[in-house]
Design a protein around this ligand. Structure first.
Ligand code: PAF
Length: 280
């Protein structure tokens, strides 16, 4: 496994790789890798691509400095996981390599998708995500970009970025990986106390409940009952729980159950903020 810290070095190698006619798959990460990331890596490897993984905790996408400072850094074990799973190239840049002119968050004006739901609760978050993914796509220019459904809105923002720029890269969305008990895999899970790890299970349970009852109850009723269920776990503070169109993330009128929908939520469990979603 090759590992580069400098932009010009990885660009040089990828030019050779592409010159040999090989396809490149890319998974951008902030490290603290888990089986969700490994599933993205495997999908790229199965497609026979030279697979590149970046590990970069992007300062411009954190709307709370505390969240940035506490973001888990586990580089040694990340590199082990990547090499054990046949990752070909790792990109591990310093902040100054990605942002030589400073870490001011820049907006790319990708529209409403960046300001609703997650965007409304984490102001500027998606500007930072689009900014860094744009820079990484400029560097790697992959044929395929692999991202997880767990960050569904992020995936939509990146799809918009690809269309607007436009990049030639094709986005591949991979299913959310869950622990055996249903908890969605997330780098943030390691920060949960053992008690809150148990409380956090209510989040996936409520999403499974919504999916089970989606055809029988109105969206309003389902959301109301979901809040009621979650209130039994007072350690959970919900930021939002919405049933919306899968295409626009806008509310769906009751009675229009034929429109492909998704239930999305964000909640604090103790001092850890988790998100999850389920396609309906
Ligand atoms: O999902 C993440 O880990 C990050 O938001 C990403 C896409 C790597 C950009 O920093």
């Amino acid at each position: 496994m090759l590992c580069y810290k400098r932009r010009e070095d990885i660009e040089r190698v990828l030019k050779i790789v592409k010159g040999e006619g090989k396809k490149v798959g890319f998974l951008p990460t902030m490290g603290a890798l888990h089986d969700g990331h490994v599933s993205l890596l495997r999908q790229s490897k199965r497609a026979g691509e030279i697979t590149v993984c970046s590990i970069f905790v992007n300062p411009t996408q954190f709307n709370q400095q505390e969240d940035f400072v506490k973001y888990p850094i586990t580089t040694a074990s990340d590199l082990l996981i990547l090499s054990q799973n046949d990752c070909d190239i790792v990109f591990l840049p310093e902040v100054s390599e990605i942002y030589p002119n400073g870490t001011t968050t820049k907006t790319l004006n990708l529209g409403k998708i960046t300001t609703i739901l997650e965007g409304a609760h984490r102001l500027g978050h998606f500007d930072g995500v689009a900014q860094v993914v744009g820079i990484l796509l400029d560097i790697i220019s992959p044929h395929h970009l692999y991202m997880g459904q767990k960050d569904f809105q992020q995936v939509m923002v990146v799809q918009k970025l690809i269309e607007v720029k436009p990049y030639k890269t094709r986005l591949v969305i991979c299913p959310t990986q869950r622990e055996k008990d249903g908890l969605a895999m997330s780098s943030r899970n390691v920060r949960l106390t053992p008690e809150n790890r148990i409380h956090a299970l209510s989040l996936s349970k409520v999403l499974f409940y919504i999916k089970e009852n989606y055809r029988n109850l109105s969206n309003e009723k389902l959301v109301e009952l979901s809040y009621e269920l979650l209130s039994k776990t007072p350690e959970i503070k919900i930021e939002y729980l919405n049933i919306v169109s899968k295409y626009s993330l806008e509310p769906i009128e009751t009675g229009n159950q034929s429109e492909p929908a998704i239930a999305l939520l964000a909640a604090w469990v103790g001092n850890v903020r988790l998100i999850d979603n389920i396609l309906l």
